[in-house]
Design a protein around this ligand. Structure first.
Ligand SMILES: *[C@@H]1O[C@H](CO)[C@@H](O)[C@H](O)[C@H]1NC(C)=O
Ligand SMILES: *[C@@H]1O[C@H](CO)[C@@H](O)[C@H](O)[C@H]1NC(C)=O
Length: 307
């Protein structure tokens, strides 16, 4: 069953300055414009049901079609980067088995230089990465999205390897405006996500852009030192892309306040993209930034024109 409630677009554009570690604004740092998208996810009717890869792709392509429209709209308004939410391509509440057709092998971008849009057949079953890559390339924009990674492992080599021979990770990916996969982050701090494995080591990942170095982590990660705070204080990363499926809940977990506190407390630009599912309090994409006086926000609300 597809969601029928109103599709909400919240596109927040910020004119940002990259900031140095303190509260000083570096006026010479390049400005950029960013978009986050609060997405109404098309999900399978029963996430615990086993589906084929073709069925999984059909669901993910419906979500990707919306992403493509949004990437285009963001670029048309001058955005250099757009962030999409956690679980935005398939939803939540899968089992370890039922998520499998949604997963793809995501190569390590530190090892492989790969533009999936140009080389779609380099690895098998990478349709989602191909679409995200083409989207970034077509619209000449950095794209950060969240998807599932499936990495083969061998019990003889890795004692933690699962019986089925794979690790399954909740993963953020970043593509540059040429469509190249530039960063991959495996979520460390899982929140009742039995479909996914926790990586042994917290990964601090980043990618370089003409408007500064960007880090990525996801949702529950923000409540832990590693890798969230580590990325900023140890690696000096001053810009964070944060795909999330965040329950906007008082008193302590209100989205905007929480994410804004991280941005202000650590002095970073922070782009949070949430899914839009108000029945479960998943809402409010917050894009927050230390330099609040530089903030300009545009919000659009459109009625749904799909069922
Ligand atoms: C899905 O497949 C797995 C085996 O791959 C099986 O253990 C599980 O019971 C199946 N789930 C459903 C709902 O059919
Ligand atoms: C990218 O552009 C090509 C050529 O115009 C088009 O066929 C394709 O659907 C586009 N893909 C995405 C994901 O935007």
């Amino acid at each position: 069953m597809k969601r029928t409630h109103q599709e909400l677009w919240v596109t927040v554009f910020l004119s940002l300055l990259r900031v140095s570690a303190g509260t000083e604004v570096d006026e010479t740092a390049p400005k950029f414009r960013a978009a986050v998208y609060e997405h109404v996810v098309t999900m399978p009717s029963d996430p615990k049901e086993n589906v084929t890869r073709a069925e999984a792709l059909s669901i993910m392509r419906q979500n990707l079609a919306t992403y493509a429209q949004q990437a285009q709209a963001a670029r048309a308004q001058g955005a250099n980067i757009i962030v999409f939410p956690e679980d935005g391509l398939y939803g939540v509440a899968f089992s370890r088995e039922s998520i499998q057709p949604y997963l793809e092998y995501i190569p390590d971008p530190k090892v492989e230089t790969w533009v999936p849009c140009d080389e779609p057949d380099r690895f098998p079953n990478t349709e989602v990465q191909e679409e995200l890559s083409c989207m970034a390339k077509n619209h000449s924009i950095y794209i950060v999205a969240n998807m599932g990674d499936r990495q083969p492992c061998h019990p003889q080599v890795n004692a933690n390897c699962r019986k089925d021979g794979y690790f399954q990770y909740n993963t953020d990916v970043a593509f540059d405006p040429n469509g190249r996969l530039v960063a991959r982050y495996h979520k460390k701090n899982l929140f009742f996500e039995y479909q996914f494995d926790e990586p042994r080591q917290a990964e601090v990942v980043s990618f370089q852009t003409p408007f500064g170095r960007w880090g990525m982590f996801t949702c529950f990660d923000i409540l832990f030192y590693s890798p969230a705070v580590e990325a900023v204080v140890r690696e000096g990363i001053a810009n964070i892309a944060f795909p999330t499926a965040w329950m906007d809940a008082l008193p302590l977990l209100a989205s905007v306040q929480f994410h804004s506190a991280f941005a202000r407390g650590l002095g970073v630009n922070f782009l949070a993209a949430n899914i839009h599912w108000p029945a479960y309090r998943f809402k409010v994409a917050a894009s927050t930034h230390l330099q609040a006086w530089r903030l300009s926000i545009t919000m659009h609300r459109y009625p749904a024109n799909r069922d």
